[in-house]
Write a protein that binds this ligand. Structure first.
Ligand code: ATP
Length: 418
């Protein structure tokens, strides 16, 4: 097998490395494409990323490697946006089995922050062909795209625009998108955000992507595409991918959390939610004496309404990336609800009138007959919140975040956001 990994060819002003992979899938067809090209999402918190921190890998049945290398390097030179200082392409070509240390490196690139020297050392150790353009940072992603074990995977069909249309607004028949979504959900997902009434499978950025349908199988994606009425596509390509797998998340203790990584954390709400200007909602959770802030930012829309209902003592599990010491929530499991107790002034035991507070922690007194009483009436209030797993809506979903509908284990009640 011959593995071709590429990364970091695009810029915010245009291009997309998935497009280059789609072009290469055509140019390398004669070498026998083995399976679908791999669209690998890496650590979503990397500051160098253009958009979704993707890297691409094509797997070929045969060489010759020299010929493949020539074609790939020529394509990168042709398509990469070298004018952008943040575009630093990397190409890695590997022949044979995937070494164990390359697999271990790849999963770290999804979960951690790594160094370019480590990628270069590893590639050289295994005699891989490496091409660095400018500072060549793309080598990190290129190597990871080759090495990542897709122990869980989904598929995405990406359709690309006719180059002459790049400057124009995208044209898609909205009705056809909603019809396609209704007909294929839950085997496809995140095409539309029903609650917030937006189409989310088509970007608004100046790149060649017309739309991307995400789903469980290549077959459902092909069926879904047939239902769409859109501007003409120049080409389309199905990718196998680690999107929608939660591969970026690691279970950890709050005390061990580091910025720019993504976690599943367990604990108790220790500071109740508060909304700040701009509509962002924050609360704090605690575990074994360590405390961390969690955030549901404005783009998470209706998900914030769930978060706002948390109270001190609720047992929760949070899923998300940590930035500046704050967990950006992707999912929230409410494990156990704390009791919400309301206190009201007691009735006077002598005359039945409502008593009034004497002061904080100083009990109650009846205005009419002067009777005293120490305690208020405690009343349990029914919580307007169900336990279970909640997620941000499709319009705020991260590529790697696993959709609740993909979680098959019946270990808790689920509340899919749609
Ligand atoms: P593209 O479509 O070009 O891949 P992108 O949004 O995926 O755009 P890149 O432009 O590739 O982002 O930028 C990400 C850069 O960060 C790449 O050079 C990649 O090699 C590097 N990178 C990715 N993950 C990590 C990581 N975990 N640690 C360090 N560097 C990383």
């Amino acid at each position: 097998m011959l593995y071709v990994g590429i990364d970091d060819t695009d810029s915010k002003c245009g291009m997309c490395t998935t497009y280059l992979a789609a072009v290469l899938a055509g140019r390398l067809e004669a070498f026998g494409l083995h399976g679908y090209p791999r669209l690998i999402r890496l650590n979503p918190n990397i500051k160098y990323k253009t958009r979704g921190n993707a890297a691409l890998c094509l797997v070929l049945e045969r060489g010759p490697a020299d010929e493949v290398e020539r074609i790939v390097v020529r394509a990168v030179e042709e398509y990469a946006r070298f004018d952008d200082e943040n575009t630093n392409p990397g190409v890695v070509i590997h022949e044979g089995e995937i070494p164990e240390d390359v697999r271990a490196f790849a999963i770290r690139v999804v979960r951690d922050v790594v160094d370019i020297q480590e990628a270069l050392l590893l590639a050289r150790r295994h005699g891989m062909r490496v091409h660095r353009f400018k500072n060549g940072r793309g080598v990190i992603g290129a190597l990871a795209s080759i090495g990542l074990d897709l122990y869980d995977h989904t598929y995405e069909l990406l359709a690309y625009r006719m180059p002459g249309n790049y400057e124009k607004p995208r044209w898609l028949d909205r009705e056809s998108v909603y019809r396609m979504d209704e007909a294929t959900y839950p085997d496809t997902w995140d095409n539309v955000d029903l609650r917030n009434k937006v189409i989310v499978f088509s970007p608004h950025t100046p790149d060649p992507v017309l739309y991307g349908i995400r789903g469980n199988s290549p077959e459902v994606l092909v069926e879904a595409r047939k239902m769409l009425v859109t501007e003409p596509a120049e080409r389309s390509q199905i990718f196998i991918t680690n999107q929608g797998t939660d591969m970026h998340l690691v279970e950890a203790r709050i005390a061990d959390v580091r910025n720019d990584r993504s976690y599943i954390l367990k604990g108790f709400v220790c500071e109740e939610p508060r909304a700040i200007e701009g509509g962002h909602v924050f609360f704090k959770m605690e575990q074994a004496g360590a405390c961390i802030e969690c955030a549901a930012f404005e783009p998470t829309k209706n998900f914030r309404e769930i978060v706002k209902k948390l109270i001190r003592g609720d047992e929760v599990r949070v899923f998300g990336s940590v930035k500046n010491g704050t967990v950006n929530l992707e999912k929230l499991e409410i494990v156990k609800l704390a009791e919400l107790v309301k206190t009201t002034p007691p009735k006077c035991p002598v005359c039945g009138k409502s008593m009034e507070s004497v002061g904080k922690d100083r009990g109650y007194r009846c205005r009419k007959c002067g009777a005293k009483r120490a305690l208020p009436v405690f009343e349990r209030v029914k919580r307007d919140l169900e336990t279970g797993l909640y997620e941000v809506p499709p319009s705020a979903r991260r590529h790697l975040a696993k959709q609740i509908i993909r979680i098959k284990e019946p270990w808790c009640r689920t509340h899919p956001g749609r």
